[in-house]
Structure formats: structure tokens, C-alpha cells
Design a protein around this ligand. Structure first.
Ligand code: F0G
Length: 529
């Protein structure tokens, strides 16, 4: 479809200008598998090998024929795309199929309930809302129990079966006044006041440094990058960002955020004041493989520590599989390989098969609040088109005993082996290769002090990775990007259709990039003026 126009730029013109500085403001007009076609100066098509893979939303490549056929069929048969507030058997089937696969991967039979959404950040926010609803409901129950306990103490004191010892007053900095009955009322008023203050503390979220969970009003506060988050802190909730692989910091956090709720009890005819630990944690969000923040794989040990933290604090774990999930690492959930069990999972990107906007929030039965369904909704969510497309995606993943998962793992290993080769050939240029399956990153050494002025300027203005991406595009017809919050790292997230030939093309291109960097020869960069 021809969308070329001479209209003034009104759709994010600033972003387009920025892209143009690295030659990345090209128009793509068609795509097929791992190839995306751009329009050349003469209007002709130029094939480009796509390693950006729609930021990880193309596990089966662009326009996979079976997914496209499914879409065509749905439209041809006049599917009722929007049938809000009715029965959605296809959504239920999708939830059941997700459960079947997840239960197999986790070795559990506890079901997860599904809430569908349209984008990654929206699913993250659904999880956050649900977790907050659950936290508030759990807290109300505890407060109601404390109140009921106070009621029985009140009855016992009234009947003369219990007395209020001095230590209770002292503990609350109250002075003893009048009878036990009158004194107890003062005590209860003070406890209620203190408990209300503790329970009213704003919820605390826990997330990891370099983590990315979206850019909406709520989710941006869970995203580590300060440039995205800081302008909007006044709108959001409080998040504690922790370094990866530091269980000691987790335990310190537990202590720092610990508060107490006070409860009255009876012991041998005396009223006692009991401290009960209270943590204001709402949810712990993490990506099993951090994507936008630079491709960092979480370790099994850290996953275990997070799970222990969750048990000790009552803080549910939200596993963000938006980028790492849906087959990319050889399983539906990348986290299943590190032994992590989420209270929540969020999936998006590839779940839409590259053509639908589909995401889902899954919550474990044990923490599920059915009232959530009455307070959360979205016009476009759970529509027949995207549910059927996601079902097709799962069917393709599961076909032939999970051939697609094996293919993703095997192709990922082949790609990784090539990246490792490049690194061992250019250890002075390439700092590290990271990732798993078809979610890989290659980090360059920082060029801020390069003798080459172009590289130095690019690094200092946080454009380094984009300049390299521009060269890959114009010099090698390869499309990829840096991870936006860590621009020295290039990301590689091709589809599982990746061929050896395509890996060779990238190897040649990266070898060229590394030679240019080693020789500080920015004049050899192919970026249009
Ligand atoms: N969570 C993760 C792990 C993501 O990678 C993303 C998006 C989101 C949530 C938000 O999803 O954009 O559909 O609202 N990542 C993109 C990236 C932006 O660069 O990898 P969204």
C-alpha cells in the first residue's frame, strides 16, 4: 500500500528527525519472514534482513503464511471481532491452552486465570491493579481480624475476666486513666490510629535495575530508565529498584520496609499487645531476560532468592514474559528454565503472531480475586480476531511435539555461537555477548573516549548504537537496534526461521563494524548524509 505523502510531518516529527541523523528514517513497505523491504530513492524495493523482529514480536517472522491465512479466514467468514459483554469461547480456549502449556512447563496443576489486553504495558498494569486489589483485600481482612480480637478483649475486660497491665499503656505512650474498661478504650483508639496509619502507607513495588515494563502512567514507574520515569514520578507509585544477583539487598529491603500492625490478645487474664509484621509490598516485577535494558539473563540463584523474598514478605511475583516469552527461548516461558514460579505472568508481543495486538495477564488461582473482572475492562481486549490469532500462534508452537521451541533454541544457539566468534575475534571492540535462545545482545566497549570523533560524539550523545544500526542498514541491509536503555548493546531477535545464510550475513556485517571500530575509521560508515 502506498502511503508516501508530501504532507508536513505531524506524527512525532522530532523522533523522525532523530532517526534521520543515523539514516534510520526509512519507510518499510512490505515484509515476509525475516525480510522486510524498504523503498529506495528510485522507489524500488530493497530487501533488508530483519534482526529487530518487531522488538521481539515476530517469533514466526513477518506475515507467516498460516497466521495470515487464519486472519483471512476470520475476516472472510465475518467473524464478530467486537462482541463485548458476551460469551467468548475462543478467549476461554486460549486461556485453557495457555494453562495447559504453562502447567506442563512448571510441573503444576494450579490454574491461572486470564485477563486479556492489547499491549504489553496494558497487561502489566492489569497485573499491578489486580495485585493492589488483592493486597488491599488481604489487608482489610487482617484489620477486620484485629478489630474482632479487640472486641473479644473488650468483652473479657468488661466481665472482669482480664486486666490491662501498665506495660500496654507504656508501650503506646499513654498514661493510665480511670478503670480498666476506660483505659482499654484509650488503648483501642490508639491501636486503631496506628494501624490505620500503617495500613494507609502507599504500596511499594519492587523491580530490577535495567528492568523495562512499559511506558504508561503506571508501568513507567516500574521501568528503571530515569529518562522515561523521572518526568512522571508525581503521577506514580513508589518503586524500589534493586540490582540483579544481590540477594543481600533483597533481605535489606525486607527489613527497611517492615512495619508493624498492633493486635490485642489475652494471656492469663491479662491484655497483651502483639506486634505483627506488615510489609507494604504490592508486587515484584521482573523480566527473566531483561530486554530493553540491555539483554541480561536472570540467574537461577537469584530467581530462588526472589521466590524466598516473596514467601517471606507476602509480595507476589509478576513475571514479565512480554519479550522473552512465547517460544523465544525454546519454551513458552523463559522463566521456567530458571525455576521461577510467578504469581502472575504477562505475555504480549509474539502472542499476536506479528499481526494482532494481543496481550494477556495470568494470575494464579490462589491469589485470584474474581471481583477484578467487575472493575477492570478494555474495549478492544478479548476480541475474536486477536484471540484466534493467538490460538494459531500456540498451535504453531506446539505442533509436531514442540518443533518450534526446539527450532528457536537451536537457531538461537547457532546465532549465539556466531556472536561469540565475533567477540573472540574482536575482544578490544566487543565487551560481551549475552542472552538465550533468540533473544541475544552484543555489547560494545564504551566509545566515549575514542580517538575517532564521530564515535566519541555518538557515544557521548547516547546515539552510538543507532549509528552502528544505521551502518548495518545502509552498508549491509541488516536491520537491528540497540536496546534503548543501554545503547552500547545491539539486540538480535530474529524469527525461528533464521537460516545459516542469514547468520553468515550478520557475521560479515558485524566483522565489518568491528574492524571499523578497531581502526577508528568512521569515514567508512555507510550512513546517508
Ligand atoms: N515489558 C517488556 C519486557 C517489554 O519488553 C515491553 C516493551 C513492555 C513490557 C511494554 O510493552 O510496548 O507493548 O506496551 N518493550 C519494547 C522494547 C518497547 O524496546 O523492547 P508495550
Amino acid at each position: 500500500m502506498n502511503t508516501q505523502t508530501t504532507t508536513a510531518e505531524l506524527a512525532e516529527p522530532n523522533l523522525r528527525r532523530l532517526l534521520s541523523t543515523a539514516g534510520l528514517d526509512v519507510e518499510y513497505t512490505r515484509a515476509d519472514g525475516n525480510i522486510i523491504y524498504r523503498r529506495g530513492e528510485d522507489g524500488g524495493e530493497i530487501p533488508v534482513l530483519d534482526y529487530a523482529g518487531g522488538y521481539g514480536s515476530l517469533i514466526f517472522g513477518h506475515n507467516h503464511p498460516e497466521i495470515v491465512a487464519c486472519a483471512r479466514e476470520l475476516l472472510d467468514e465475518g467473524t464478530a471481532v467486537h462482541a463485548q459483554f458476551s460469551s467468548h469461547p475462543y478467549a476461554n480456549q486460549l486461556a485453557a491452552e495457555l494453562n495447559r502449556i504453562i502447567q506442563r512447563e512448571l510441573g503444576t496443576d494450579e490454574p491461572y486465570y486470564a485477563t486479556f489486553a492489547n499491549s504489553g504495558a496494558e497487561a502489566v498494569e492489569a497485573a499491578v491493579k489486580h495485585a493492589e486489589m488483592d493486597r488491599v483485600m488481604r489487608l482489610s481482612k487482617v484489620l477486620a481480624e484485629i478489630e474482632a480480637g479487640a472486641e473479644s478483649v473488650r468483652a473479657a475486660v468488661k466481665q472482669g475476666l482480664a486486666t490491662v497491665p501498665d506495660e500496654v499503656y507504656a508501650r503506646l505512650a499513654l498514661s493510665r486513666a480511670g478503670s480498666d474498661e476506660e483505659g482499654l478504650e484509650l488503648v483501642i483508639t490508639e491501636i486503631t490510629r496506628r494501624n490505620a496509619a500503617e495500613a494507609g502507607k502507599a504500596p511499594v513495588f519492587v523491580a530490577l535495575e535495567a528492568g523495562f515494563h512499559g511506558k504508561l502512567v503506571g508501568s513507567v514507574q516500574l521501568t528503571h530508565n530515569e529518562a522515561y520515569r523521572n518526568p512522571f514520578t508525581a503521577l506514580g507509585t513508589r518503586t524500589r529498584f534493586l540490582p540483579r544477583d544481590r540477594p543481600d539487598v533483597l533481605w535489606r529491603l525486607l527489613e527497611e520496609e517492615r512495619g508493624v500492625l498492633l493486635r490485642l490478645a489475652l494471656e492469663d487474664g491479662r491484655v497483651r499487645l502483639v506486634d505483627e509484621d506488615h510489609h507494604p509490598f504490592c508486587a515484584f516485577l521482573l523480566e527473566p531476560i531483561q530486554g530493553e535494558g540491555g539483554i541480561h539473563v536472570l540467574t537461577t540463584e537469584f530467581a530462588r532468592a526472589i521466590q524466598e523474598f516473596s514467601r517471606a514478605s507476602g509480595c507476589p511475583v509478576v513475571v514479565d514474559e512480554i519479550q522473552s516469552g512465547t517460544g523465544r527461548t525454546g519454551a513458552l516461558l523463559a522463566s521456567s528454565a530458571i525455576g521461577l514460579r510467578g504469581d502472575y505472568y504477562v505475555l504480549a508481543k509474539s502472542l499476536g503472531g506479528g499481526i494482532a495486538k494481543m496481550s494477556v495477564m495470568l494470575v494464579r488461582e490462589d491469589v485470584y480475586r474474581e471481583d477484578f473482572e467487575l472493575v477492570h475492562s478494555s474495549t478492544f481486549a478479548k476480541d475474536s480476531f486477536s484471540c484466534h490469532i493467538a490460538l494459531k500462534v500456540l498451535e504453531l508452537l506446539e505442533a509436531d511435539g514442540g518443533r518450534a521451541y526446539r527450532q528457536a533454541a537451536e537457531r538461537g544457539a547457532a546465532l549465539r555461537a556466531m556472536l561469540d566468534r565475533v567477540r573472540s575475534e574482536f575482544p578490544d571492540v566487543v565487551k560481551e555477548v549475552r542472552g538465550r535462545g533468540l533473544m541475544l545482545g552484543l555489547e560494545f566497549h564504551d566509545q566515549s573516549d575514542s580517538e575517532d570523533q564521530v564515535f566519541r560524539n555518538a557515544a557521548q550523545s547516547h546515539m552510538f548504537g543507532y549509528v552502528i544500526a544505521g551502518h548495518l542498514l545502509h552498508g549491509h541491509r541488516i536491520r537491528t537496534f540497540p536496546t534503548a536503555s543501554a545503547v552500547n548493546t545491539l539486540r538480535f531477535e530474529p524469527s525461528l526461521l533464521l537460516t545459516d545464510g542469514e547468520i553468515d550475513l550478520l557475521e560479515r556485517a558485524l566483522t565489518d563494524v568491528c574492524a571499523i571500530l578497531r581502526e577508528r575509521a568512521s569515514h567508512r560508515l555507510a550512513i546517508p548524509a
